[in-house]
Design a protein around this ligand. Sequence first.
Ligand SMILES: [Fe+2]
Ligand SMILES: [Fe+2]
Length: 245
Amino acid sequence: MALSQAQWNRVGQYVRSYLQRTAQNYGHKNAEYRAVWRWMHTLNVLKNLDAILDGEKAGDDARDVCRVAALFHDVDHYTVDTQYHALRGAETATAFLKREGHPAQYVERVAEAIRGHHHDFSDDEPIDEQVARIAAGLSHEARMVMDAETLDKIGANNILQSVLTMSAVSHPQIFEVTRELTSGWPLERARTWAQTLVTTTGKIMGAQRLDFYERLLRQLAEEVVADDPFPQPSQLTQESLQVPE
Ligand SMILES: [Fe+2]
Ligand SMILES: [Fe+2]
C-alpha cells in the first residue's frame, strides 16, 4: 500500500518533532544541535535509500515500506542506549502506524526493516562472516535500509563529519587535519563500514564513495604540507644559535 502525500508528511513531522522532544526531555547536552544532526542524517539515509531502491529495482510496495522505515530508523536514538535504539524505534513506529490505521502486515514489514538496520559488530570474528550471517537473516527491504544508513558513514559526508569532530575536540590547523585524514582513523573507519554493505547497489555506491575519499586524500597530499621541515627550535638551541626572539 502506498502512503498518501498527507500521510507521508505526518510521518516526517512526527519523527522530526519526536527527535527534538526526546533530545531535550532525556537531558542530552546540546539537545537542539543533536536533534537537527539526527534529522538531517535521517534525510541523508532517505536520499541514499532512494538510490538503492532504484538500483535494486524495488517494487512500489517495498519502496514504500523502506522509505517509512528510513524516516523512523533512528527515532529512538535519544530515549534508550544506542544498542537498543533499533528495537525501540520499531516499537515507536508500530504504535504510530497502527494509530494511523495501517494494516498489521504492512506495519510489521516496516518494523522489521527498522529493527534490522543496526548491528553491533564484534572484534572477535572476521567482519565478512558477521555481515554474511546478519544479511542472511534479513529481508531485502531490511538490507536496503541497512545499507542506506551505512552509506551515510562513507564518503564526502563522512569527511566533513570527521573534520567537524576534530574541530570540536581541538582547534586543528589544516596541516593537522590533512595528516589525520590521510593517515588516521577517518579513512579506516570508512573502509570498515564499506565492508558491512549487503546489497549489490549499496556495495557499488560504497566503492564509489571510498574511491572519492582516496582521490581527495591524494589531492590533499599534493597540495598540503603535512609536516613542517623547520621545527620550532628549543629555547636552548635558540640561545646557542643566537636566534632573535
Ligand atoms: Fe542512522
Ligand atoms: Fe541507527
